[in-house]
Write a protein that binds this ligand. Structure first.
Ligand code: ZN
Length: 645
């Protein structure tokens, strides 16, 4: 058998087959359209009679615009037992969610799922089918490129389940074959199984009943053959795959865009969990949960339900994923204090893992701060981006300034046999499973890895395709075993496996990233505002504490102080404070810091007056406070006044 020819033939047929997964398509030709944001436009009974009509296939857009599209979709009664989906391409870009249009879809008034370059399909739930008719509203964001978007496709589709199942299985096999060396025992078996299965499909009349029947038979036979097959390897590494979406709180977009990105990404997760009960997702940043809680309470309630049900994991510890070079030690403590308190209060969760996949270097003070904050583990992958030196270890004890040790693990996810760096925006496929293991450096003490998969930076998250492929990978030999799982249990198992191991390395020092060095200096204004705020908030707390301890009935402005801390913590995000974001982000930050200064300086003036009034002195007095914990000298500057002369 000519292997090259066989594999290329398989690829061609799998590609052909993909076009027949949709067994029937009903096009949605027309929408009601508003070319600006409209409050309440998601509601079923909203009156859109004065909106323009919009034909599918037309264009819309511009820079930073929100458009609405509304319509009703009938679901044929004859489809009630079939797998049905909505399929939309409202005009996403192609660059991994960075320059695309992104859309939130509402079904019958409920925010249901995000649509973007990687998410087009919305699973139709049984209760929608039972209603026979659903109302669809699309809240479409045009993106930050000034381009027109082509609303290319809108339809209701009936999915042939056997064809879809066979497609994902065959594709996963093909991808596995491609990464295994020729002559490998498992590979040659997989080639035979795949070739036999494809040959059993009757391609004479694609789309006919006979065609679909032949797929169902071929698929059944293939499943049996795979489950009967004994792999040549009895021991294989295990990969725990967790869904994730790295969301930059601001970067090539502003805070206001992130609020919407979070809604789209989180609703997509919620909707995928309905289809895939084994799907697990981790999201770290309380700031994003807090946005959703205010903006989209329905999505937030569903997140809470999924946390309770065990599909949605909350860990990470900090309020945002902050820069860890510039903030003070106290700020890092507050990141953890605000982060862990929110997780406990809102979700009843005590978290054990610091989750900072994409932060540009890590202070030597962190292990001690983590230990004292009750966290036990640290995860990142960014250090692999270093320009010159690959980090020596992927699993190690990280020893801090005071000797505290924290079990640290770098994710080694890559789809490349010769990687330049590892990623936190992983794809779940045979290549990433195999190469993550191949490049991992502590194989002698650990044989289980963590893989975070899902589109990120600008959100999006895992796709149906990734989860389907993860399922099929569980059937296949030749690649690491795959399990869907969670981050914290992974780290607990890792700790048990490597704890006390003689060959578990220790790294004593800061984790320095040999890259992104401009982040120490660029956007100096925000770095100044950050430090000024840190000092100011310290003084406000110190002086109010002094007043509280020494005076009766002093009102400590806890809420206001917390709000100011949240502004500071938010702006320490790892693309804001380091200076790596677009101009508008710094305009927003300047406004936020101005509000912080106005508020905190007011609190400071107020308490200084209260304390000064208490100083017992006859005649004119001038009270000078020292907010440091040591004696100091120095000049005191006063406004000119005749009385002082
Ligand atoms: Zn990031």
């Amino acid at each position: 058998m000519d292997m090259y020819f066989t594999i290329n033939k398989a690829e061609k047929y799998i590609g052909d087959l993909k076009r027949y997964i949709f067994q029937a398509v009903r096009k949605i030709d027309c929408f009601r359209h508003a070319s600006h944001d409209v409050q309440g436009a998601h509601a079923v009974d909203f009156d859109d009679s004065d909106w323009a009509s919009f034909e599918t296939g037309s264009t819309w857009g511009g820079r930073d615009q929100t458009h609405w599209f509304r319509t009703e979709v009938e679901i044929p009664a004859s489809w009630k037992d079939a797998k049905v989906a909505l399929f939309f391409t409202p005009g996403p870009g192609h660059a991994g969610g960075l320059s695309g249009a992104e859309t939130l879809i509402y079904i019958d008034g409920v925010p249901t799922q995000g649509l973007d370059a990687n998410h087009h399909e919305i699973h139709v739930l049984p209760e929608w089918k039972a209603r026979g008719k659903i109302h669809v509203a699309l809240k479409a964001f045009s993106g930050l490129q000034n381009v027109q978007r082509h609303f290319a496709a809108a339809s209701l589709v009936m999915i042939n389940e056997a064809a879809e199942d066979f497609y994902f299985r065959a594709l996963t096999m093909l991808e596995t074959i491609r990464i295994l060396p020729e002559g490998d025992y498992d590979r040659e078996r997989l080639v035979t199984f795949l070739n036999d299965a494809i040959n059993a499909i009757d391609f004479r009349k694609p789309g006919s009943a006979i065609f679909y029947q032949s797929i169902a038979h071929a698929n059944k036979a293939l499943v049996e053959r795979l489950s009967d097959y004994q792999s040549s390897e009895s021991h294989r590494p295990l990969i725990t795959a967790v869904g994730h979406s790295h969301i930059d709180v601001a970067w090539l977009w502003r805070l206001k865009h992130t609020r919407e990105k979070s809604a789209r990404t989180f609703s997509t997760v919620n909707h995928l969990i309905k289809q895939y009960p084994e799907y697990q997702f981790i999201q770290s940043q309380p700031q994003l949960y807090d946005y959703i809680k205010g903006d989209y309470p329905e999505i937030y309630e569903e997140i809470k339900a999924n946390i309770k049900a065990g599909n949605w994991e909350v860990t990470g510890g900090m309020w945002v994923e902050p820069d860890c070079n510039v903030p003070s030690g106290e700020s890092l403590v507050r990141q953890l204090l605000f982060g862990t308190r929110f997780m406990k209060k809102e979700f009843g969760v005590e978290c054990s893992v610091l989750w900072l996949p994409d932060v540009f270097g890590y202070s030597w003070a962190l292990p001690q701060i983590l230990g004292k904050s009750g966290l036990k583990y640290f995860m990142t992958t960014k250090i692999s981006w270093s320009q010159y030196n690959r980090p020596t270890y992927d699993t190690f004890m990280w020893r801090g300034l005071d000797g505290t040790e924290i079990l640290t693990h770098f994710i080694t996810t890559t789809e490349s046999s010769k990687p330049q760096f590892y990623t936190y925006n992983g794809i779940l496929n045979p290549a990433s499973a195999k190469y993550s293991w191949d490049h991992y450096q502590q194989k002698e003490i650990n044989d289980e890895l963590l893989l975070a998969y899902g589109w990120g930076d600008g959100g999006g998250g895992p796709t149906k395709e990734m989860i389907e492929m993860g399922r099929r990978m569980q059937e296949l030999p030749g690649i690491p075993k795959i399990e869907f799982g969670k981050v914290e249990p992974y780290f607990e198992r890792l700790g048990q496996r490597v704890g006390g191991a003689r060959r578990l390395p220790i790294v004593d020092g800061e984790l320095y990233l040999e890259y992104h060095r401009g982040t120490y200096t660029s956007q100096a204004r925000i770095k100044r505002a950050n430090r000024k705020s840190e000092v100011l908030l310290h003084d406000v707390e110190l002086l109010h504490s002094l007043a509280l301890a020494t005076l009766e009935n002093h009102g400590y402005p806890q809420e206001d102080i917390n709000e100011n801390w949240k502004i500071l913590l938010r702006n320490q995000f790892h693309d804001i404070l380091p200076g790596s974001s677009i101009t508008e982000v710094y305009q927003d930050a300047a406004e936020e810091f101005a509000a912080l200064f106005t508020s905190a300086e007011g609190q400071e003036r107020e308490v200084l007056q209260v304390l000064a009034d208490e100083v017992d002195f006859d005649g004119q007095k001038l009270v000078v406070f020292n907010t440091l914990s040591w004696e100091r000298g120095g000049r005191v500057t006063l406004p000119w006044s005749q009385e002082l002369a």
